[in-house]
Design a binder for this molecule. Structure first.
Ligand SMILES: [Zn+2]
Length: 175
């Protein structure tokens, strides 16, 4: 984490019952020395690590190719990190990976010259922003075991859900 330049501080153990909680939570404020995470996100260390690796190795280079006119990536914005709730906010059913600190919902990327929101990239869309979003949706699956792209279902229209849920046989669910 420190070699990546991730800025974080340890938080006290979280246990809200019903399976909600993180043994060793951290509050993350930056993914590298130059890219902030806004607002501050409560996560498990492993989740922050994958997001920081993806940002450095894939997101920044891809954004540079796709949108050089926007300048340097300065922040990744999220809509939700740790939160005690069920999947998709339902009253019953499985607990969300957000409730374990395993998940984060990216909402937009901030550059020196503007903000790029996460957007639904139709397969047939032939413009560069759509190509960038499709690339992001795809390479996120190299770092996270669940990727729900904007538009993949009714609950995911304006954000990119990423989580590190462990599955049998290394199976990944990326849509
Ligand atoms: Zn989510």
């Amino acid at each position: 984490m420190s070699t990546l330049g991730v800025a974080f501080r340890p938080l006290p153990r979280i246990d809200e019952g019903d399976g909600c909680g993180i043994d060793r939570p951290i509050a993350v404020t930056a993914l590298s020395r130059s890219v902030k995470l806004e607002p501050e996100a409560t996560l498990r260390c492993d989740t922050a690590l994958e997001l920081a690796r993806m940002t450095r190795d894939m997101l920044e280079p891809a954004a540079r190719l796709a949108m050089p006119e926007k300048g340097r990536l300065t922040a990744v914005h999220h809509a939700s990190a740790y939160v005690c709730r069920n999947r998709n906010g339902a009253d019953d059913g499985k607990i969300s990976e957000h409730a374990r600190g395993n998940a984060i919902d990216l909402s937009s990327l901030e550059f020196e010259k503007g903000i790029v929101p996460m957007s639904i990239a139709r397969p047939e869309a032939s413009d560069l922003p759509a190509a960038f979003q499709r690339s992001l949706n795809a390479f996120a699956c190299l770092y996270f075991r669940t990727v729900l792209s904007p538009g993949s279902d009714a609950a995911h229209q304006d954000h990119l859900h990423l989580d590190i849920l462990e599955r049998n046989g290394g199976f990944r669910y990326c849509r």
